[in-house]
Design a binder for this molecule. Structure first.
Ligand SMILES: [Zn+2]
Length: 299
C-alpha cells in the first residue's frame, strides 16, 4: 500500500512537471532573464490612451500637495514580436471619445478624457483589433481595462491574484468596492483568459516579461521589454505614478497594500539597476509628453 502510494505520488509529481513544461506561463512563475542573453523584440509603440484631471494630488502623495490639481497621462503600449502583437493596457473607454464631460472612475476625485481611439491609432499602422494576439493588463482600474472588449480574439493576460480580487467584492472601503464593481463590468468574461501566478515570460525568449508588482492592487504587474537599440525598458503599470514617488517609495492612499507597494517599488529599482533599464511611468504626464508616439516607435 505504502509503495503503491509512493508510486502514485511520484507519477503525480512527474505529470505536474510535464504539464508545467508544456504550458508556458501557466502556474509556475518564470525566472527573470539573464540580461546578457535575453532575446529582443522588434518594436515598441506608445498609444495615447487618454488623460485625466484630478482635484487633489495628495491622494497620490499623502500629506503633500493637498488640494492641488494634477493632470495625468494614460498610456497604452503595443509590442511587435515576430508575427504577434501584444497590447499593454487598453486605456480609457472609447465611449468617452471627444465627450467634453469626460468619464470618471471616482467622480469626486478624477475625470478622464480621450482624444484618440485605440482602433484609429492601430489603423494608422495598418492593424485591426483582430490582429492583436495578447492583451496584457497591468491591473483592473478602469483607465487600464476600458477597452478589453474591443479584442475578443486576443488572449487576455492578467495575474490570478488580480482576477480573484475583483471577484471577491470585499474591498476595505466604498471607493475600492466601487472600483472592483467597475472592473468586473469592464473586464467582462474574455473568451481566452490566461491567469498568471507571478513573473511570466510571454514569448519564452526573455524579450517581454511580465513582472509581478503587487500593492497598488493585489495583482498589479509591470512589463520588462528588451529591444535591440533601446535596451531594456520597464513599463511601470501603476507601481508608481511619478518618478518622485518611485524614488521616495511614496504610496498613494488608494493602494490596497502599503508594504507590498514599497516592496514592488524596491524590486523595480533593483531591476532598473540589473538591466540598466529605462522606466516609462504610465501616468507621469511630464515624462509621457517627451516620449515617442505611434506611428513612431522604439526599436
Ligand atoms: Zn491604477
Amino acid at each position: 500500500m505504502v509503495r503503491q502510494a509512493k508510486i502514485t505520488a511520484t507519477l503525480a509529481i512527474a505529470a505536474g512537471l510535464i504539464l508545467m513544461m508544456c504550458v508556458p506561463g501557466a502556474s509556475a512563475a518564470s525566472p527573470l532573464p539573464d540580461p546578457s542573453r535575453a532575446g529582443v523584440t522588434e518594436r515598441l509603440y506608445r498609444l495615447d490612451c487618454g488623460h485625466s484631471l484630478a482635484n487633489d494630488e495628495s491622494v497620490w502623495t499623502p500629506g503633500k500637495n493637498v488640494g492641488r490639481s494634477i493632470e495625468f497621462s494614460s498610456t497604452c503600449w503595443l509590442i511587435k514580436h515576430g508575427g504577434e502583437w501584444l497590447l499593454w493596457d487598453t486605456g480609457v473607454p472609447e465611449a468617452t471619445l471627444n465627450d467634453p464631460r469626460g468619464w470618471s472612475t471616482l467622480p469626486k476625485l478624477i475625470v478622464y478624457h480621450l482624444d484618440k481611439s485605440l482602433t484609429s491609432q492601430l489603423a494608422e499602422i495598418g492593424l485591426k483589433p483582430g490582429d492583436i494576439t495578447y492583451v496584457a493588463v497591468s491591473h483592473t482600474h478602469g483607465d487600464h481595462i476600458g477597452n478589453v472588449d474591443l479584442f475578443p480574439e486576443a488572449t487576455v493576460l492578467i495575474q490570478r491574484a488580480e482576477y480573484n480580487w475583483i471577484h471577491s467584492n470585499n474591498g476595505p472601503n466604498d471607493n475600492v468596492n466601487q472600483l472592483m464593481a467597475l472592473a468586473r463590468k469592464l473586464l467582462g468574461t474574455p473568451k481566452k483568459l490566461k491567469l498568471l501566478d507571478g513573473n511570466t515570460d510571454v514569448f519564452g525568449d526573455g524579450s517581454v516579461v511580465l513582472i509581478s508588482t503587487p500593492g497598488h492592487t493585489p495583482g498589479s504587474q509591470s512589463l520588462l521589454v528588451h529591444l535591440k537599440n533601446s535596451g531594456f525598458i520597464i513599463l511601470s503599470g501603476d507601481v508608481a505614478h511619478s518618478a518622485e514617488n518611485l524614488q521616495n517609495d511614496v504610496v498613494p492612499a488608494l493602494n490596497t497594500d502599503r508594504a507590498a507597494s514599497i516592496a514592488s517599488m524596491e524590486e523595480i529599482k533593483r531591476l532598473i539597476a540589473t538591466y540598466k533599464a529605462t522606466i516609462f511611468i504610465n501616468h507621469d504626464k511630464k515624462q509621457t509628453d517627451t516620449l515617442k508616439l505611434l506611428p513612431a516607435f522604439y526599436d
